[in-house]
Design a binder for this molecule. Structure first.
Ligand code: FEO
Ligand code: CA
Ligand code: CA
Ligand code: CA
Length: 628
C-alpha cells in the first residue's frame, strides 16, 4: 500500500507554496527563504505568547517530571482495583479473574465524564481509559524475551486478555488530591476475555462477520488494541481498535479474505501466541472470519454499567486511531478518525440524523446511519472528502463490493480505489473548540521516499512527524471540501537536515518528535503528547503545549516528561481546565528491561514490583488553570 500517487515536486517548492498561502491568509510577512532542506521559519518574532508556565528542561531518567508549580499525582496504576471485588495488586499472582476487575495494562486514551451526567462538574466524574496492549516480558516473572511463546501459560494469556480493553472508574477530587471511589457501582472493566460486544451498522450480521462461535455475526467477545478514542456529545465513549493484526495466526492466503487481510497487514505471523494458548479463534484455520470482527470503533456508555458496548461498523474497519466528534452547525455529528499506518488515510463519518440534546435514547444509534468519507489533500491546499458509498464511483461489483458491508469491512481498499492521499501515519485528530479548525497529527513515516513526497506529506524519511491544520468551509464539518495547511513540521529546529518548522523561539527542550495524541484546553491551546522522542539524545517523551495563533503559534514548550521507556497518551482536561489527566504508557519498555530487571520501577519504585503503566492527574499548586 505504498505511494499510490507520488507527485514529483521538490520539497522546498511544495513547502514554500503551502507556507506562502497561509502567510497570505494571515496577512503576515513573507516567509524567510527556505534552506536546501526546505526549512521555512515564520518571520514574526517578538510578541508575547500565551503559555504561562516555565518550560521543563528535557532529560531521560527513571521518573516523570512536570513544570515547576505543578504536581503530578499517580491516580490509577496497572493492577489497581477498579470493579467490585477486585483484589489489591500482587505482581506474584497470575490471575485472569483478578485482572479482569483491576485496572488494565498500557493505558492510552482517557476521557473524563462529569457527574452528574450533563454537568460540567470538575471534581467528580467517570474516568474512562483505553488499555492498548499487554507486555508479558514486563508483566510476568520468568518470561524469556527471546522465546515468549515458550514461557507463557494459559493463565498468563488469560491475564493479557483481561488486561486489554477499557476501565471505567468513578473518581473524586478533594482539594488537590484525586482518588478512585472504590465502592462505586459504576466502576467496570471491558476486556477481550469476556465482555460481549454487539455489532451494529452495515456489517451487522453479514456473512463475512459470522464465525463458528457466532453464527449471527452480531456478537463479538471483546475489544482489542484500544488506542485513541473520543467522547460523543451524548456522553458515550468511542474507543478505536487499532493494531488488531498482530494477534492472528494461520495462512491468510488460504482464506476467502486474502486480499482483505493483506490490506490490513495480517501475515499469519502473530506477535502474540494467544491463538495457541487461549484463543483458537485467532487461528485463521479455525475461524477465518474473526479478523473482520476487529478494527472498528466501539461505543461504550460509561453512565450505564450494564450497557453492552457496540461496534459501530458504519465508521469503517481499519487501524483506527482517534474518533473525535464534533456537532456540526446543522446538528449532524461528524467523527474524524485516522488510520495509523504508513501511507494510510484520514477519514470522517457524517451522521444522517441530527444530535438531539438531552435525549440519550434518540442519539443511541445515531452512528449507524451516515456517510464515511476519506480525504484527498491536493497541492493547492484543498481537501476533497470522498464518499465511501457502495454503488458510487468504483465501489461496485466490478471491484468486488456487493454492498455497504463490503465497503466498510474493506475500507482501506475502497479508499485506495477513490484515490485518497496516503499520509504519514495519522494518529490523533482534534477540533479546536475556539476556532473550529481541525488538527491532524501525523506521527512519522520513515519509509516515505523522496519520489513519494507530496504537499501534505512533504518530507522523505519523515522521522519526526508533522501536524496539519484543516479549515472546514464556513465551519461546516460535513462539507465535501475543506482547506489544509501545515501547522508544524517536528524535529530539531537547530538541525537543518530535519527540515523542522515551528513558530520562532522553540528551545532545545521544547521541540517535539513523533507527536501522537493531543487535546485542546478551553482557550484553544494545543497540548501534544509524543511517542518517539530521541531517547539516546536525552529526550524523554512528554507533553508539549503551544498556541495556535499569534506569536506563540506552533511554538511548542515542554510541560511534562515521562519516565524512561514510556510514551505519553490521552491528554484530557476536566471541563474547568484545572486538572490534566495523562496516561503514561509502557514505562520501562526498553531492550534488556524485564520484570526482574526493569530499566525503571516507576511509579512504585518497590523491590520486586515491575513498572506499572498509570494515569497521572496534574494540578497547579494552589489551584488554577493548567498552563497559565
Ligand atoms: Fe496505538 Fe497509533 O498508536
Ligand atoms: Ca497513538
Ligand atoms: Ca485527543
Ligand atoms: Ca503510540
Amino acid at each position: 500500500m505504498i505511494g499510490r500517487n507520488p507527485e514529483a515536486q521538490t520539497l522546498a517548492a511544495m513547502i514554500a507554496a503551502r507556507t506562502d498561502r497561509r502567510e497570505a491568509m494571515l496577512g503576515l510577512a513573507a516567509v524567510m527563504a527556505g534552506s536546501a532542506a526546505g526549512v521555512a521559519t515564520l518571520a514574526t518574532a517578538g510578541a508575547a505568547e500565551s503559555l504561562g508556565f516555565a518550560e521543563l528542561t528535557k532529560g531521560y531518567d527513571e521518573t516523570h517530571h512536570v513544570a515547576d508549580g505543578y504536581g503530578a499525582q499517580v491516580l490509577l496504576r496497572w493492577g489497581d482495583p477498579v470493579a467490585a471485588g477486585a483484589p489489591a495488586f500482587d505482581p506474584a499472582i497470575v490471575s485472569p479473574e483478578a485482572q479482569e476487575a483491576q485496572f488494565g495494562f498500557n493505558c492510552d486514551f482517557i476521557a473524563f465524564l462529569p457527574l452528574p451526567a450533563g454537568s460540567t462538574a470538575s471534581d467528580r466524574g467517570r474516568l474512562v481509559v483505553n488499555h492498548e496492549y499487554s507486555d508479558p516480558v514486563r508483566m510476568f516473572p520468568g518470561v524469556n524475551p527471546e522465546n515468549i511463546g515458550a514461557s507463557l501459560t494459559r493463565d498468563h494469556v488469560g491475564v493479557e486478555l483481561a488486561a486489554v480493553g477499557l476501565s471505567v472508574a468513578e473518581i473524586r477530587r478533594d482539594g488537590a488530591a484525586w482518588s478512585v471511589v472504590a465502592d462505586s457501582t459504576y466502576n467496570r472493566r471491558v476486556s477481550l476475555r469476556s465482555t460481549v460486544v454487539a455489532v451494529a451498522g452495515p456489517a451487522k450480521g453479514h456473512a463475512r462477520m459470522r464465525t463458528i462461535a457466532d453464527a449471527s455475526g452480531e456478537r463479538v467477545i471483546g475489544t482489542l488494541s484500544n488506542c485513541g478514542g473520543g467522547v460523543t456529545p451524548w456522553g458515550t465513549i468511542l474507543s478505536a481498535e487499532e493494531n488488531f493484526h498482530q494477534y492472528l495466526s494461520g495462512d491468510p492466503a488460504g482464506t476467502l479474505e486474502a486480499v482483505n487481510y493483506d490490506c490490513v497487514g495480517i501475515k499469519g505471523e502473530p506477535d502474540y501466541p494467544w491463538w495457541a494458548l487461549h484463543e483458537a479463534r485467532f487461528d485463521l484455520s479455525v475461524e477465518p472470519n474473526e479478523p473482520n470482527r476487529f478494527g472498528w470503533v466501539v461505543e461504550i456508555d460509561p453512565y450505564d454499567p450494564a450497557a453492552q458496548p457496540v461496534k459501530r461498523t458504519a465508521l469503517g474497519r481499519f487501524k483506527h486511531e482517534a474518533a473525535t466528534t464534533v456537532v456540526n452547525g446543522d446538528g449532524r455529528v461528524v467523527v474524524y478518525s485516522g488510520d495509523d499506518e504508513r501511507f494510510e488515510y484520514l477519514y470522517k463519518f457524517v451522521t444522517a440524523g441530527v444530535f438531539a440534546p438531552g435525549d440519550r435514547a434518540a442519539n443511541a444509534d445515531l452512528l449507524d446511519d451516515g456517510t464515511l468519507f476519506v480525504a484527498r489533500l491536493a497541492e493547492d491546499g484543498s481537501v476533497a472528502w470522498l464518499p465511501l458509498v457502495y454503488g458510487e464511483g468504483p465501489l461496485t461489483q466490478a471491484s468486488g463490493f456487493s454492498g455497504q458491508a463490503d465497503v466498510v469491512i474493506e475500507a482501506r481498499r475502497a479508499a485506495d480505489l477513490l484515490g485518497a492521499t496516503p499520509m504519514d501515519r495519522p494518529e490523533d485528530v482534534e477540533t479546536n473548540p475556539v476556532t473550529g479548525k481541525v488538527y491532524v497529527i501525523l506521527t512519522n513515516n520513515t519509509k516515505r521516499k523522496a519520489d513519494q513526497v507530496d504537499a501534505a506529506n512533504p518530507r522523505a524519511e519523515n522521522t519526526f512527524g508533522h501536524i496539519l491544520e484543516l479549515t472546514p468551509p464556513d465551519g461546516d464539518h460535513a462539507a465535501a471540501a475543506a482547506t489544509w495547511d501545515i501547522f508544524l513540521l517536528a524535529g530539531d529546529p537547530a538541525a537543518v537536515t530535519h527540515g523542522a518548522k515551528y513558530g520562532p523561539g522553540v528551545t532545545a527542550d521544547g521541540w517535539i518528535a513523533a507527536p501522537d495524541n493531543c487535546a485542546f484546553d478551553n482557550t484553544g491551546r494545543l497540548w501534544i503528547a509524543t511517542d518517539g522522542a530521541p531517547k539516546s539524545a536525552g529526550h524523554a517523551d512528554g507533553v508539549f503545549a503551544c498556541a495556535v495563533a499569534g506569536a506563540g503559534r506552533a511554538l511548542t514548550r515542554r510541560f511534562f516528561s515521562a519516565p524512561r521507556g514510556a510514551e505519553v497518551c490521552g491528554p484530557c482536561f476536566t471541563p474547568d481546565g484545572t486538572t490534566l489527566f495523562l496516561a503514561v504508557q509502557h514505562p520501562g519498555e526498553e531492550d534488556g528491561s524485564t520484570f526482574a530487571t526493569p530499566s525503571t520501577r516507576w511509579p512504585d519504585f518497590a523491590d520486586g514490583t515491575p513498572p506499572r503503566p498509570a494515569v497521572v492527574a496534574i494540578v497547579k499548586a494552589g489551584g488554577g488553570l493548567i498552563g497559565t
